[in-house]
Every structure is written in C-alpha cells, then in structure tokens.
Design a protein around this ligand. Structure first.
Ligand code: SAM
Length: 219
C-alpha cells in the first residue's frame, strides 16, 4: 500500500518536472514522453531520493553524479532519435539516461568504469523491464568496436579532446555529443559525421565529471 502511495506521489512530481522542461523549451514529444515514463527516483540513492524530480544533479556514490534532468532532455533532443538507432553511451552512471535512451532508440550499448555503479544500474533497468541494453564494465575511451558503427554516441563525462575510437565507431550521418575542455569547465559539442568530415556545433558551457581512461585524463 505504501509503495502504491509512493508511486502515485512520484507520478505527480514527474508530471511537474515534464511541465518544467516544456517551460524551459524542450519540444521533442518523444523525449518528454520518455521522461514522463521513466521512474527517475529508482535510480537515485535513498538518502536523496526525495529530490529525484528536482531539476538538479545529485550524488549517486563513488564520487559520481546523475546529471540534472534538463541536461538529459537537451542531450536527447539534440540527438533527434527516431527509434531505429544503435546508440553507444559512455558513462552509465545511475543508468537513468540509459533507460531514456532505451525508450528512444532500438539498441543501447553502455560502458561504465565503476563496477558498483554498473551493477546497480543493471538491477534497476531489469526491475523496470528494459531489455534492449548491453552493458560493459571497462574503459569507455576505447569505445565498443564489436558493435560499431553507432548512429549516436553520447559521452556523459568531460574529455580534453575526442578519443579517436569515437570517430572510428560513428556511422556516416551519426551524431556524437561530448563535453570538451578543461577538468573544471567545458563546452558541450555536437559533431555530425559526413563521410570523412566532422561537422561541429558548439552547444553550451557545461560542467561534467572527468572522463577517466587511456584516451582522456588518466586516473
Ligand atoms: N548519465 C549518467 C546518469 O544518468 O546517471 C551520469 C553519468 S556521470 C555524470 C559520468 C559517468 O562516467 C560516471 O559514472 C563515471 O564513472 C563514468 N566514466 C568516467 N570515465 C569513464 C570511462 N573511461 N569509461 C566509462 N565510464 C566512465
């Protein structure tokens, strides 16, 4: 019974979050619908769960954070997914963005370097019956060559420059979203591959945790 009351309470909070995102200019109905459907509170540690539907980044353990919902919404809107894509996500974190991607694309491949986060994300995604996601524990700066090319690559952590694997593994016409810059401040870039060239668009200043690995900053 308490669970049903909780679910109802969270449902109202989620509706208000979707309305807030619309007010902020998010227009893609499939993105708004995915945010309305995915129970973000399940991806948030219990100590801060009451804040799950605020537009805030929150701690998820191991020194990492789940990004604020408006960042996720903006990211996903920029990718213009139609439901047929194969997507590579670097930095599974809580698994929340993975769940949104699983609703918006055909197949999701996600890589996380911290085992405890990956295990927790797998559990929650299984709990909510998401079954089009493949998980890898490892260094996401190398990409995941076995399943390339990808129609979209999303990097949820900041790098000094693009790891070469992402260019090699991006399909023609594919989109790469990555925060590039220094450890403390970066610019979110959207790259689109046109045969052998990459078209670059600068989106916004952002602050992400560092991408740690062979082709980024070492730990
Ligand atoms: N989008 C995630 C969510 O919805 O919770 C949050 C991602 S969090 C901002 C960035 C994640 O990238 C962290 O979990 C971190 O451990 C991971 N990360 C950093 N470097 C990585 C690497 N080389 N390979 C895979 N994951 C990495």
């Amino acid at each position: 019974m308490a669970g049903a009351v909780d679910a109802q309470e969270y449902r109202g909070a989620r509706r208000r979050l979707v309305a807030l995102l619309q007010d902020q200019g998010i227009r893609d109905l499939s993105v708004l619908h995915a945010i309305d459907e995915v129970p973000r509170h399940l991806f948030i540690p219990t100590a801060v769960r009451h804040r799950a539907y605020e537009d805030s980044a929150l701690p998820i353990g191991s020194g990492q954070t789940i990004s604020q919902p408006s960042i996720h919404a903006r990211y996903l809107e920029l990718l213009r997914l139609t439901g047929h894509e194969r997507v590579l996500e670097i930095g599974t974190g809580s698994g929340y963005q993975t769940a949104l991607l699983a609703k918006l694309a055909s197949q999701v491949f996600t890589i996380e370097r911290i085992g405890s986060l990956l295990e927790r994300a797998k559990e929650v995604l299984q709990q909510i019956s998401v079954n089009n996601v493949s998980f890898m524990l490892g260094d996401g700066t190398l990409g995941w060559p076995e399943f390339a090319p990808y129609n979209a690559i999303l990097v949820g952590a900041a790098a000094p420059e693009i790891p070469p694997a992402y260019i090699d593994q991006l399909a023609d016409g594919g989109r790469l979203l990555i925060p590039l810059g220094g450890r403390d401040e970066q610019t979110l870039h959207l790259f689109t591959r046109n045969s052998d060239t990459l078209e670059r668009k600068d989106i916004a200043p952002v602050r992400f945790v560092p991408l740690v690995g062979k082709h980024s900053w070492e730990s």
